[in-house]
Design a protein around this ligand. Structure first.
Ligand code: NAD
Length: 288
């Protein structure tokens, strides 16, 4: 396929490279001047869109997605497939779908989970929203860039699944960090806490697979001085998206709201640039 790839940042670069490695012809565009081996870098956004069978976007937020779609939709070849893999607010995802569908383009919102490591290894999980036809056309590309793609429903459904998942993740990480803080202050060996909880009713992904206490459980960012991983400011972004969506539909999500506030405080107070599991040393440093 002839693929345009717009947004060659931490995630977009390795995803685009995997498409090239699988034999596709990729024209990459980024607003910043980037150097990248293996991809045909084009100088204007139009060159990543005109005549392409597919255009993938991997952008920072919904506002930028809207701006980019305003630019690229009029240039799209009729019936081309537009896949947006960015994490954005549900309204921006719907805006992009509406605009593109009116122009006879096939669209999928397909945010990902798996981080930069998953993008490099081609093991991302895609959460997709769009028509059956669009999803089946996108599936071969999801199979190259990822290991799993779930068709969550109509346009926007991928973004809804993503923010719900990450709301659980933020809340559960805080819960695990609170337990390790309390256990520590009461004098319990964190290794023992891990041994008990990882096979008890408090077990969860944040503890079993991504333990925030260094030296415990499988290797995770806590073992590397909390270098991300999944940065705290990205967790904050997703928690804020969940709260924005909750506001729109009047959904009560008190722990999601509290998690967003706590990550905001953490990011404002030195947490930016650290993995989101660095919530643990931050909580430990505070008094009740
Ligand atoms: P990034 O900031 O590294 O990359 C975004 C890229 O988009 C940058 O290179 C930027 O120059 C480019 N860009 C901005 N405006 C543009 C425009 N108008 N035209 C073309 N290019 C433009 O971000 P990232 O870490 O690659 O994340 C991308 C998306 O993936 C975000 O929505 C993020 O929330 C989501 N995500 C990131 C991770 C992660 O671990 N990094 C994990 C899951 C999802």
């Amino acid at each position: 396929m002839k693929i345009g790839f717009i947004g060659l940042g931490n995630m977009g670069r390795p995803m685009a490279l995997n498409l090239v490695e699988a034999g596709h012809s990729v024209a990459g565009y980024d607003i910043s001047n980037i150097a990248l081996q293996g991809i045909d870098l084009v100088k204007s956004i139009d060159q990543a869109v005109v005549g392409m069978d597919c255009v993938v976007t991997m952008l920072p937020n919904g506002e930028i997605l809207r701006e980019v779609y305003d630019q690229i939709v009029p240039q799209g070849r009729k019936n081309a497939l537009f896949i947006d893999c960015s994490t954005v607010d549900v309204q921006s995802a719907n805006y992009a779908h509406d605009l593109a569908n009116k122009a006879d383009l096939f669209t999928i919102d397909a945010p990902v989970s798996g981080g930069v490591g998953g993008a490099e290894a081609g093991t991302l999980t895609f959460m997709a929203g769009g028509t059956d036809a669009a999803f089946s056309r996108a599936t071969p590309l999801f199979e190259i860039m990822g290991q799993k793609a779930v068709h969550c429903g109509v346009g926007g459904a991928g973004q809804i699944a993503k923010i719900c998942n990450n709301m659980i993740l933020g809340i559960s990480m805080i819960g695990v960090c609170e337990a390790f803080t309390l256990g520590d202050k009461l004098g319990l060996d964190p290794q023992k806490l891990y041994e008990v909880v990882s096979t008890s009713s408090g077990s969860c992904w944040s503890l079993n697979n991504y333990c925030p206490a260094p030296g415990i459980g499988p290797t995770s960012p806590s073992d590397n001085d909390y270098a991300p991983g999944f940065a705290s400011e990205l967790m904050l972004k997703d928690l804020n998206l969940s709260q924005q969506a909750a506001g729109l539909v009047d959904a009560k999500t008190p722990l999601g709201e509290m998690a967003a506030k706590l990550y905001q405080e953490f990011v404002n107070n030195g947490g930016e640039g650290s993995d989101f599991s660095a919530m643990l040393p931050w909580l430990k440093s505070m008094k009740r």
